[in-house]
Design a binder for this molecule. Structure first.
Ligand code: AMP
Ligand code: FE
Ligand code: FE
Ligand code: ZN
Length: 282
């Protein structure tokens, strides 16, 4: 229910996602690139050809305002109507802001390291259709020989706590969820218990506010959610009648160590997500 391709920061094409899902014996897969639906057509064509059920989705970048700081919130949006104007506008705005932010980060990095805007763009495999992020800067640094892997670059100059980091301006989590629901989609909070991404994570009350905006599900089974957080999130889901999903957050070989299918979602839950969605499972 949570996979990335070359249309954002994954290393594999949508066709390869569908092929690898089939090779692994999965019953289906979801494409959820960051802030875009650009990979949907290729993924759907591959899914039809290979007879692999496909859920079309997107992982939306959002935040929760917290005093002067922000909690980063990722919202999985499945099976929404891609013509929903509000949602499409939010995606377009976030992608534009990602570009502006990347240009600033790369300009600062280029003073101290052998990378350039061109070398970062070279890493965006679908050119303008790729949602650009720090992973593409990491790949450029690896290509220049500064680091050995993406992970090393994230531990180094691309760290959120480092001097080169610039945040991306995003909609609030409640704005994102409202727009997803407005487009008939199914909304889930991704890896909401992860302390790898935020020092402070969403509280019960903040998650409740998301439920009040129409949130459908919590991604409980994700490698960054600790056992304690899984217990907490499962309890909240039960209390508020939310669906519980698992996500691999697969980015392909060289993208992230996460394996395709390392977390999965049961058939009854997928069926309910399909029932709620505005567009069919391919
Ligand atoms: P950004 O949204 O541009 O700030 O970049 C964050 C993205 O980088 C996340 O969506 C992850 O997919 C990816 N990421 C974060 N940490 C790592 C890491 N250590 N190795 C590889 N990818 C990472
Ligand atoms: Fe990513
Ligand atoms: Fe995410
Ligand atoms: Zn993800």
């Amino acid at each position: 229910m949570h996979c990335h391709t070359v249309f954002s920061d994954g290393t594999r094409t949508p066709l390869q996602l569908v092929q690898e899902a089939r090779e692994r014996g999965l019953d289906g897969a979801a494409i959820t690139d960051h802030d875009t639906a650009a990979g949907w057509t290729e993924a759907a064509n591959a899914a039809r050809e290979l007879g692999m059920p496909l859920i079309r989705g997107t992982e939306m970048s959002a935040h929760w305002p917290l005093g002067g700081r922000k909690i980063s919130v990722h919202v999985l949006a499945w099976l929404y109507d891609p013509d929903g104007r509000r949602l499409a506008e939010l995606f377009a705005r976030t992608r534009q802001r990602r570009l502006e932010r990347a240009r600033i980060m790369v300009a600062n990095l280029a003073r101290d390291y052998p990378i350039s805007w061109e070398s970062v763009c070279d890493q965006a495999k679908e050119s303008d259709a790729t949602t650009v992020g720090r992973p593409h800067m990491a790949d450029a640094l690896v290509a220049a020989g500064v680091y050995r892997t993406r992970a090393d670059a994230f531990d180094g100059v691309l760290s959120k706590r480092g001097p080169y980091y610039v945040p991306v301006e995003t909609p609030t989590a409640t704005e994102a969820i409202r727009a997803i629901k407005d487009a008939g989609g199914v909304a889930a909070l991704a890896h909401v218990g992860s302390f790898a991404r935020n020092r402070v994570i969403l509280s019960d009350d903040q998650i409740r506010a998301c439920v009040d905006c129409g949130l459908d599900a919590l991604e409980v089974r994700h490698r960054e959610n600790s056992p304690e957080q899984r217990t907490r999130l499962t309890g909240l889901a039960r209390r508020w009648g939310l669906l519980v999903t698992g996500g691999s957050d697969w980015h392909g070989r060289g993208g992230k160590p996460n394996m395709l299918g390392e977390n999965s979602t049961d058939a009854a839950t997928v069926k309910e997500i399909a029932r709620r969605g505005a567009i069919p499972v391919v």
